[in-house]
Design a protein around this ligand. Structure first.
Ligand code: URA
Length: 245
């Protein structure tokens, strides 16, 4: 691939800006200063540096973020900080976006990628990738709540139409805390289901997607790149709704 195209794809600048960087002799390939922006490079194997910093080229990138409160799951917003603000420049250049949404006040596991096909597979309701949340609620949970969640509840979906939820597994931890495992992802689904049974979520954190748990080494706001085996875990128990263990 042409060096200027590669660097432009990675958002180092426009082609003209990259030309200027080359004039300023800050770009090197395999230890040699580059003088020509049309130079062809092997993006996988050549050692390319800008200002002495290595350029890491990957087509796709998959990140696990422990989303803190106060950030919205979008790439851009006029009023709020977005989850992209938590990502370092060297990872942001891949044009990443969040796979699905957590509410502004929800914490926990959020996957970010630049791979559209992967995101579609992870988020599409027909793919039935389960998600588990840890929730704290206002009123004491009951066995009746467990059976109501299991048989499905009529809630308002994102389009404001009434929607009957699929089976949801509610596991009570203590009187007011629980795990909730769902296979869909309707707008505010967990909060709306608790509202429907006259309760209210006061704390919500996603802790698992598929068989992949949130890495407990990640503090709120921290993220890491997923390994291939972790990516596989996301789809490991597809179409199976299982209790959180
Ligand atoms: N359900 C909700 O109500 N909020 C979230 O952020 C995720 C699931």
């Amino acid at each position: 691939m042409r060096l200027d195209k590669l660097l432009a794809n990675l958002k180092y600048g426009t082609r003209n800006e990259i030309k200027k960087m080359i004039k300023n002799k800050i770009i090197m390939v395999n230890g040699n200063i580059v003088n020509d922006s049309s130079l062809h490079v092997d993006e996988e194997n050549d050692n390319i540096t800008v200002n002495g910093k290595k350029v890491n080229y990957r087509e796709n990138i998959y990140l696990m973020l422990n989303k803190p409160k106060g950030y919205i799951s979008a790439t851009f917003d006029n009023y709020h900080k977005t989850v992209i603000d938590l990502i370092a420049r060297e990872d942001r250049i891949y044009n990443i976006f969040p796979c699905g949404r957590l509410d502004i006040d929800t914490e926990g596991l959020l996957i970010l990628t630049n791979d559209g096909k992967f995101a579609h597979k992870l988020m599409h309701p027909k793919k039935e990738v389960s998600k588990t949340y840890y929730a704290e609620v206002e009123k004491t949970l009951t066995n009746n709540d467990i059976s109501l969640f299991s048989s499905g509840l009529e809630i308002l979906a994102g389009n404001n139409k009434s929607y009957k939820t699929k089976k949801v597994i509610l596991q009570i931890i203590t009187g007011n805390s629980c795990y909730v495992t769902i296979s869909e992802g309707k707008f505010h689904q967990v909060k709306r289901m608790f509202n429907k049974v006259n309760n209210k979520v006061i704390y919500l954190k996603r802790i698992k997607i598929g068989s992949l748990k949130l890495d407990d080494e990640l503090k709120p706001g921290e993220y890491k790149e997923l390994s291939e085996s972790e990516i596989k875990l996301l789809f490991d128990n597809q179409y199976k709704l299982e209790e959180y263990k």
